[in-house]
Design a protein around this ligand. Structure first.
Ligand code: BJW
Length: 252
């Protein structure tokens, strides 16, 4: 089995092993090996098959809530059936080490970090399962129906208080990020002694500024991603490997 375990690049180990305050910033690539599709990967990315303007904007919701609800119900079913991968588990174990203060700020709307046993400091793009009323804003106890393949239209549930349509708790294009989450992520990145950026294209703002905030304070930034990204240039070290292989090697 030895030959399938990734060798940790020396320069990465030199930064990661002594680090006591670690900030891990994750994107869709973190959950790719759990079978949750990314957004922008060639062929398999969601935006190769679906139009974000029709599904992930407040205008799309206003125009056609049934279409948006149907798509998120399918995505929620995928996430419910997915399991945390070895990368999620490795980060959770790292966080549990007594001499390490490790924070996680994720762009992912799934709950796979939590299901691996980790505590997430910030979900900067919200949570898929945090449903709320789109009219009065109250949190909703409703859930998504099981939908095992993309379907065209599904009626969203009604808010138990005002009757408005219940929406996913995610951040769509053009919407503000939850301020507390973004501020906590920014502070964690700035005050870390290592920022590890895992599985993001670094193309969506303002989340993509987080590694730069750290870099500007002299915090070393390490990228784990099989491919080049918008973060690569700002990274001090780059490890071209999948999260589910690199992270267990790093933490073992
Ligand atoms: C692996 C792997 C493996 C694969 N292991 N790695 C400045 C400049 C230009 C534009 C803007 C700007 N500021 C704001 C904007 C507009 C916009 C934006 O950024 N647009 C750009 C796309 C051009 N931003 C916004 O609209 C944001 N809001 C905002 O700015 O509000 C301002 C405001 C203020 C006050 C009042 C009102 C408004 C909101 C952005 C919301 C993003 N939402 C989404 C959907 C969430 C819900 C859902 O899940 O449906 O969030 S879009 C989508 O992209 C999702 C992700 O979180 C986000 C980032 O994607 P991520 O995670 O990087 O995934 P991918 O697919 O892009 O990359 C995967 C990576 O993994 C790749 O690099 C692979 O190589 C790698 N990988 N396998 C490790 N095994």
């Amino acid at each position: 089995q030895q030959d399938v375990i990734q060798d940790v690049p020396e320069a990465v180990a030199a930064l990661a092993v002594p680090a006591r305050r670690v900030c891990v910033l994750t994107g869709a690539g973190m959950s790719a090996e759990s079978g949750v599709p990314t957004f922008r990967d060639v062929q398999v990315g969601l935006w190769e098959h679906f139009d974000p303007g029709e599904l992930a904007t407040p205008e799309a919701w206003e125009r056609n809530p049934e279409q948006v609800w149907a798509w998120y119900s399918w995505r929620a079913t995928l996430v419910r059936r997915a399991q945390p991968n070895a990368g999620h588990v490795a980060i959770a174990r790292w966080q549990q080490l007594p001499d390490v203060d490790l924070t996680i700020a994720t762009q992912n709307v799934d709950d796979l970090h939590e299901r691996a046993g980790a505590r997430v400091l910030a979900h900067v793009h919200g949570g898929l399962f945090d449903l709320r009323c789109s009219a009065c804003g109250r949190a909703s106890e409703e859930t998504y129906p099981e939908v095992t393949e993309p379907v065209a239209l599904l009626e969203p549930p009604e808010c138990g208080v005002c009757g408005g349509p219940v929406r996913p708790g995610v951040v769509w294009f053009g919407e503000a990020l939850p301020e507390d989450d973004f501020d906590a992520a920014a502070e964690a990145a700035r005050s870390a002694d290592l920022v590890l950026v895992v599985g993001t294209s670094g193309l969506v703002y303002p989340a993509a500024t987080l590694p730069h905030l750290a870099g500007a304070r002299g915090v070393p930034v390490v990228e784990i991603n099989p491919r080049e990204s918008g973060i690569t240039e700002a990274a001090d070290e780059v490890w071209r490997a999948p999260a589910g292989e690199a992270l267990p090697a790093l933490v073992s």
